[in-house]
Ligand binder design. Sequence first.
Ligand code: HEC
Length: 155
Amino acid sequence: MPLPFSNKACFFTTALSSLLLLTACSGPIEDTLPGQPIKHRQEAFKEILRVFEPMGTALRTERYEAEPFERMASALVERRYGPWDYFREDSYQPPTRARQAVWSRADDFDAARLAFISATDALLESARTHDLSAVRPAYQEVEESCRQCHNDFRK
Ligand code: HEC
């Protein structure tokens, strides 16, 4: 015997509400700290990625154009200081992906930050030469500095 219409509707309502409940439970965790330092540093890293990624794509797909690339290298240098001041002492808690080592090995974190800063200097310098054979390894150096720091300091 087929289910009466009202039972079907009930089934769907239940399915729908459990779906909503699931969404509510697995939603993003908010940065509840005053001033939201975790949210701000994550956004600052995204700003860095927004210029860094297109540079990598241009190199990988052989679409390097000297002038736009130079502008992106400049934008990277402008954005490179964004995240660091937001790594406050009290900000090792959800939703951070930083490891505790950021604070317990502060000197090493600082060294990784400085390696990244100087690699971006070298990248901008090479971008100004408009010489692809200099740009490529300089880009890889910056990429390596991101990776090194993430290996040690990001979960
Ligand atoms: C000196 C260390 C360090 C360097 C250098 C570094 N990062 Fe990160 N990055 C981190 C840490 C730590 C986090 C985690 C931040 C958090 O969740 O609190 C992070 C997070 C991120 C995120 C995630 C943001 C989010 O929404 O969760 C992106 C994207 C990112 N980094 C990109 C980059 C890129 C691209 C580079 C290089 C051009 C780079 N990072 C260089 C340490 C670094």
